[in-house]
Ligand binder design. Structure first.
Ligand SMILES: *Cc1c(COP(=O)(O)O)cnc(C)c1O
Length: 440
């Protein structure tokens, strides 16, 4: 599958030149490939064909309406973590009965809203939350469908901030206490025990942690089915993607091959092979909550080189017009994004180490440090690859920078799916204190 590749010396998304998109819509600009999202969804779906399953896309990875709409058309369910995400999913035409509501801090208002919309399940992370959901359901004369998130105490994930399945994390209920908490939940009159859930971390690129976690939770799931008639087991998300190709060593990048391999060490087939054998005998519906895997490789962030700067010590900086407010992964958890010029570099170009940094007034505002890059000129366009997940979704207005625009490409056509914020948008809803009030 060819979603991002050079064609006649220009980087393209599907059939559209990225330089043309930048000229028309400006930078920084997020560009997504619809085909890549569809392809990743379908490949994961196909790998699990032997299981009764539902893929609930983890909305937090990219909650743009057009992305939700696209996945909704694929018949995806959705894993949400706030009332706002549920609102977005419903607005995009998603089915509430295919939504699971996760997160450690659901408020009373969020619980009321999700109950009213009749979501598939609340994935519950503590006993205090169980009691809150029971109380809110009682007040509104409903029974709340719940699943408990079990923390299997398995180490996984690419960075300490994205590992969630160890016992010292804030997430879930310890596996040793699971049956006890289910017993307590079963006595709460306004709850319906519908499932069990786990999620061990993010950007996991080997099968082992998934297999170990499923092996630990499967016997508990079987027991819960016998005891309480639960219907589903959600195995969470976390499937990693390729961020780092072999470009720096002079070889071609994964996306130049048009090969959207999910990760160098883990394919969807290997992932399925690691978990399906332990899941199938349970006779439960299996839910999956992939986020990054479905959208990560499907997006790039286009940016323009503003200035080149060499310090007295000879250190080189490439200053670009995207900042940590547009893409915070490098600053937040040392996330790696491949950086390539939109105009195809010549293989004979000498590469030089430089820091690629944004305009935000923070030392953490960098996209790459000491990265070997082909020569870049002022005004040149670059692409930060694999920025589709936890990119725009984490963007902010820090430094009063308007949010970037987003474009979805499908074949030869490009659609603006989010307009660039204007300066006016930046102050919307703000009020100065009236002079009279200040005087007192
Ligand atoms: C973040 C999250 C996911 C998605 O994680 P990815 O690594 O993007 O697949 C799934 N489930 C839960 C509960 C999460 O918190």
């Amino acid at each position: 599958m060819h979603s991002f590749h050079y064609h006649k010396g220009q980087l393209r998304c599907e059939g559209v030149d990225l330089s043309a998109l930048a000229a028309e819509h400006g930078t920084p600009l997020y560009v997504y490939s619809a085909q890549t999202i569809q392809d990743h969804f379908r490949r994961l779906d196909a790998a699990l064909a032997g299981l009764d399953h539902l893929i609930c896309y983890a909305v937090k990875a990219n909650s743009t309406l057009a992305v939700l709409d696209l996945l909704g058309r694929e018949r995806a369910g959705f894993d949400i973590v706030s009332a706002g995400e549920l609102y977005r999913v419903l607005h995009a035409g998603g089915r509430p009965e295919c939504c699971t509501f996760a997160g450690v801090g659901k408020t009373r208002e969020e619980i009321e809203y999700a109950l009213r919309k009749e979501v598939l399940s609340f994935n519950v992370e503590s006993e205090a939350e169980l009691e809150m959901i029971n109380a809110v359901a009682g007040e509104s004369g409903r029974r709340a469908p719940v699943a408990l998130r079990i923390n299997p105490d398995v180490a996984a994930g690419g960075h300490k901030y994205i590992s969630t399945g160890k016992s010292e994390n804030k997430f879930g209920i310890g596996i040793d206490r699971a049956l006890e908490v289910y017993a307590a939940a079963s006595k709460m009159p306004h709850l319906r025990l519908r499932g069990v859930q786990m999620h061990i971390g993010s950007q996991i690129t080997e099968a082992g942690p998934f297999a170990r976690a499923v092996a630990k939770v499967a016997p508990v799931a079987a027991e819960l089915k016998r005891e309480y008639g639960i219907e589903f087991f959600s195995v969470g998300g976390g499937l990693g993607i390729v961020y780092k190709s072999s470009l720096e060593s002079g070889q071609e990048a994964w996306w130049q091959h048009g090969d959207n391999t999910p990760s160098p060490s883990l394919t969807v087939e290997e992932y399925a092979a690691a978990i399906v054998p332990a899941l199938k005998p349970l006779g439960l519906r299996i839910l999956l909550e992939p986020g990054r895997f479905l959208v990560g490789n499907a997006g790039v962030l286009l940016s323009t080189v503003q200035y080149l700067k060499t310090t007295a010590s000879g250190k080189k900086f490439v200053i670009v017009d995207a900042g940590m407010n547009d893409l915070i992964r490098p600053a937040l958890y040392e996330g790696y994004h491949e950086i390539v010029p939109v105009r195809e570099p010549s293989p004979t170009d000498r590469r030089e180490a430089a820091d690629v940094v944004g305009p935000v007034c923070e030392s953490g505002d960098f996209f790459a440090q000491a990265r070997e890059l082909p020569p870049l000129r002022q005004g040149e366009l670059i692409a930060l690859m694999s920025a589709g997940a936890y990119g725009f979704a984490m963007a902010s207005n820090y430094n009063s920078r308007p949010l970037a625009a987003e474009v979805m490409v499908s074949g030869k056509t490009a659609h603006v799916v989010r307009e660039r914020q204007t300066l006016r948008d930046l102050i919307r809803g703000e009020h100065r204190v009236e002079e009279a009030a200040v005087a007192h």
